[in-house]
Design a protein around this ligand. Sequence first.
Ligand SMILES: O=C(O)c1ccccc1NCC(=O)[C@H](O)[C@H](O)COP(=O)(O)O
Length: 198
Amino acid sequence: MFVKVCGLSTPESVQEAVDAGADAVGFVLTASPREVSPEQVRILLPLVPSTVNAVGVFRHEPAADAVATARAAGLEWVQLHGHRTADDVKTVHDAGMHLIRAVTMGATQDEFADLGEDVFLIDAAVPGSGESWDYSSVREKGLDGREWLLAGGLEPGNVAFAASAAGAWGVDVSSGVEASRGVKDLAKIRAFVEAAKA
Ligand SMILES: O=C(O)c1ccccc1NCC(=O)[C@H](O)[C@H](O)COP(=O)(O)O
């Protein structure tokens, strides 16, 4: 089970995610209570070993802008939310970067097609909101064989059940490992990674 811990902003939370065994860590580089600057990411990046993917998260920014910001932050992965096209995927790959393409569960069937992204992500209606949804319904989307992350309302207590119900390749969490919005809880980070990996 691939595990990404998102919305990190402090050395302690990055270190905890890495030590707990996360496969990827996310830095929100768009308007959010979890927003960090490229300069902050550059300070945090030395804590992330090369075996862990460090990802810059964007909402509706054009792919080219996201790539430029991610590059300024020293990142090689971007996570793009919102409606995206094959051209967006090409923009990221032409820049030598990797892409997590995120859609909401309510996206059109066309948006579930494989556009050549490196990893796909299926989220709640509002990314980063902590809202849960009917995870088993994703099985209708025909994602077998794809590398995709389940997100939205996951937390240490439900991640094992949710991932199993959805048949997920991996999971992504932010709200469910926080003490309050934007403030990570180190014990919850560890509990989440351990529950997901168990
Ligand atoms: O975290 C945000 O505020 C955010 C803002 C804009 C786009 C994406 C954002 N977060 C994405 C994520 O953290 C994860 O992909 C996922 O949505 C986490 O969901 P949850 O665990 O329910 O917070």
